[in-house]
Write a protein that binds this ligand. Structure first.
Ligand code: AMP
Ligand code: MG
Length: 411
């Protein structure tokens, strides 16, 4: 049985190779003037370049006085104040020897000057300014083009557009970019006991929460969920729905992958000629997770218990969707936190326990939350992360550093 790291690496390798070989996604033009959020989370299908140097002029980083540094080699220099340069309106003219100009943060250095003295270290005397400190050439401004040169690639092909990337796109004057179409990810839950959220469940039925969590997770990973509802545990109908799912870019199933009498997903996939890469991984919750390739599409069969579905999506499906969306798969964003209590887990598997991380004294501390196993959505809701207990070290003492997997969308 593969470890979760091996299974994840397998998914990444297979989808990378086959997605590159197949026609990658069509780029589409996205116009987002006035509604920048429309571009949030999209993946660039072009290199965005700088239209001009940045800063476009020598930009003061202080409120003070622009001067020639050679005019103030020692404290006490006295220069004639000849004008002002403010943000948006530059001083019109050249500053001569023995002169200075009042300048505001963000304003352009006037011609002739090569330094800005902070106003805190200067005072005016009539038409003159007296400088308490010597000036140094280059101080307190960013030279034109120091950040970016005209033509530089400022946000590259394949970049995920977050707020900083969008600010950069805006800075260079673009409100229309070429992005990859979001991959369409079919979501199909299975199980005779599962009913639509809008319906009233019978006494032994449960509502289809997996399709909802999966849709949210797909969106967070950059995909566009295609909701295929729930299929009963019945070969013919299951097959029909799976075939529909295979018309999209990838199919994610929940339920029906364990070894029970009504767990038919693997059988149906086999009938359809699937190539399986694994059909179990050494984790709890989520052990029966399946990954295969069927009719040219990646297929994930995730176990039906809601917490298993969530965890296996994050570990296995998310990086696949990131590749399909045109970006690089993100590394699992594990970080270390101090364990609040001891842990002693059953051997053989890595565990992902619903947990809560907090920063009481500035340092992260994590506690696993009480839970009733992989059906207990409430424990995940009360938490904000999963505490990872690796299969190689199942006994942990209070105070030990442990791995934490933050819940996507919260951090
Ligand atoms: P399975 O993996 O099909 O054996 O499902 C295991 C358990 O997960 C079932 O007994 C249900 O309680 C639960 N489950 C299955 N599908 C869903 C779903 N779509 N939404 C919520 N819970 C589900
Ligand atoms: Mg089932």
């Amino acid at each position: 049985m593969l470890s979760y790291e091996e299974a994840r690496a397998k998914v990444i390798a297979v989808i990378r190779e086959r997605f590159r070989a197949a026609a990658a996604h069509e780029p589409e033009a996205l116009e987002f003037a006035g509604q920048p959020s429309r571009a949030l989370g999209r993946v660039l299908a072009e290199d965005v370049t700088a239209d001009r140097p940045y800063p476009p002029f020598d930009r003061s980083t202080r409120d003070g006085f622009a001067l020639r540094a050679s005019d103030a080699p020692n404290p006490g220099a006295k220069l004639r104040l000849v004008g002002e340069s403010r943000a948006g309106v530059a001083f019109d003219g050249t500053v001569g020897v023995g002169e200075c100009v009042r300048i505001m943060t963000g304003a352009a250095l006037p011609r002739g000057t090569d330094a800005v003295a902070m106003q805190e270290y200067a005072h005016t005397e009539g038409d003159f300014v007296v400088f308490d400190q010597p000036a140094r050439t280059g101080q307190n401004f960013v030279p034109a083009g120091k950040e970016i040169r005209a033509g530089d690639v400022v946000v590259a092909h394949g970049a995920w557009l977050g707020y900083a990337e969008l600010a950069m796109v805006a800075q260079v004057g673009r409100s229309r970019v070429s992005v990859f179409a979001r991959p369409r990810i079919a979501i199909l839950s299975t199980g005779d006991e599962v009913v639509d959220v809008a319906k009233t469940p019978g006494p032994f039925q449960i509502r289809n929460s997996n399709s909802v969590s999966l849709a949210a997770q797909v969106s967070l990973a950059g995909g566009e969920p295609v909701m295929l509802g729930n299929a009963p545990d019945e070969i013919a109908e299951l097959r029909r729905r799976i075939e529909r799912g295979l018309e999209t870019d990838a199919l994610i199933l929940s339920g029906g992958v364990s070894v029970g009498k009504y767990d038919l997903v693997e059988n149906v996939l086999r009938e359809l000629g699937v190539e399986f890469f694994f059909d179990a991984i050494a984790i709890r919750p989520g052990k029966p997770a399946v990954f295969g390739w069927c009719k040219g599409k990646p297929v994930f069969g995730l176990p039906g218990n809601p917490v298993s579905t969530m965890v296996t999506f994050e570990l296995l499906a998310a990086p696949g969707i990131e590749i399909l969306s045109g970006s690089e798969p993100q590394p699992l964003p594990l970080f270390k936190a101090k364990l609040a209590h001891s842990i002693d887990e059953k051997p053989g598997l890595a565990h992902f326990l619903p947990a809560r991380v907090s920063w009481p004294g500035g340092e992260p501390v994590v506690e696993a939350l009480p839970w009733e196993g992989s059906g207990d959505i409430g424990a995940v809701v009360r938490g904000n992360c999963f505490l990872v207990v690796h299969a190689t070290k199942l006994k942990l003492a209070a105070g030990e550093p442990v791995d934490v997997l933050p819940r996507r969308g919260i951090f």
